[in-house]
Design a protein around this ligand. Structure first.
Ligand code: MG
Ligand code: MG
Length: 267
């Protein structure tokens, strides 16, 4: 028995509209990502964008999450709560945004460098983007879930960077989190539930890469996940539909394409 909800072509079009709202929100906040800005100010802009676009914020109130976006700086991996932290030159900031519209969800995370980042920080981001790109490239009918995931895992393992295992990608559609779970590494458990990818499956693919080890812990606020060793971390995510023509990235905005155009910000 499969609990996977396969989407029709029409449903995928609706998901692309929700996804476009997420991308347009990233386009709107990208110019704000400068030294000195508070992460709460970015979240306020996310809130305003979602409202103006006519979407619903999916994160606000989700299991009690208190903001419209997750903003995770440097050693913060995912689920950072926007607040008084000011971005500084050299930071890596990962922003995760989910928007609902017309009954469907879009979910994407982009990581940005603030000003001049160190070689180390740039490398971690490059590995994360490459891992996401490889996963997207592998999202075609006839491949398997393990095949897709191993193409993400290979990039991270080859880099010698830390692969975060505690958090996973997911199916997405009318609900933000649907079956199947999409970890970023292949386990024996995953092999047992492996299946062939087919048209209509929509996945949020989201590798998280640490500069040091893959270990993470959650702070006392109950949300913010940080690297155990304090190393910098990146998180990149797109909502991707498997179509007869191959992968279709749904979280793209005006002027954007996949693979990203040269100079694309945050992708
Ligand atoms: Mg997300
Ligand atoms: Mg997600």
């Amino acid at each position: 028995m499969s609990l996977i909800q396969y989407k029709s072509a029409r449903e995928i079009e609706l998901m692309a509209e929700a996804g476009s709202m997420v991308a347009r929100t990233f386009q709107r906040i990208a110019p704000m990502i400068q030294p000195g800005v508070k992460t709460s100010a970015i979240d306020e802009a996310v809130r305003d964008s979602i409202s103006e676009l006519g979407g619903t914020p999916l994160f606000l109130g989700y299991h009690g999450f208190p903001a419209h976006s997750c903003i995770s700086v440097n050693e913060e991996v995912v689920h950072g709560i926007p607040g008084d932290r000011q971005l500084m030159d050299g930071d890596l900031v990962s922003i995760d945004i989910g928007i609902g519209a017309q009954g469907f969800c879009g979910d994407s995370a982009r990581s940005f460098l603030v000003g001049e980042a160190s070689q180390e920080t740039q490398e971690v981001l490059t590995v994360c983007r490459k891992a996401l790109a490889n996963g997207i490239e592998a999202a075609y009918p006839g491949n398997t879930l393990c095949g897709l995931i191993s193409s993400i895992e290979e990039v991270i393992e080859a880099s010698g960077r830390g692969l975060v295992k505690e958090f996973v990608g997911h199916g997405i559609g009318r609900n933000m989190h649907e079956e199947p779970q999409v970890p970023n590494f292949v386990s024996n458990d995953l092999k047992k539930r492996d299946f062939e990818l087919r048209e209509g499956l929509v996945l949020a693919i989201e590798p998280m890469v640490n500069g040091g080890g893959g270990g993470v812990k959650t702070l006392k606020d109950g949300w913010t996940v940080v690297t155990r060793d304090g190393s910098v971390s990146a998180h990149c995510e797109h909502t991707v539909a498997i179509t007869a023509d191959g992968p279709r990235v749904l979280t793209l905005g005006p002027g954007e394409s996949w693979p990203p155009l040269p100079g694309a910000v945050g992708q």
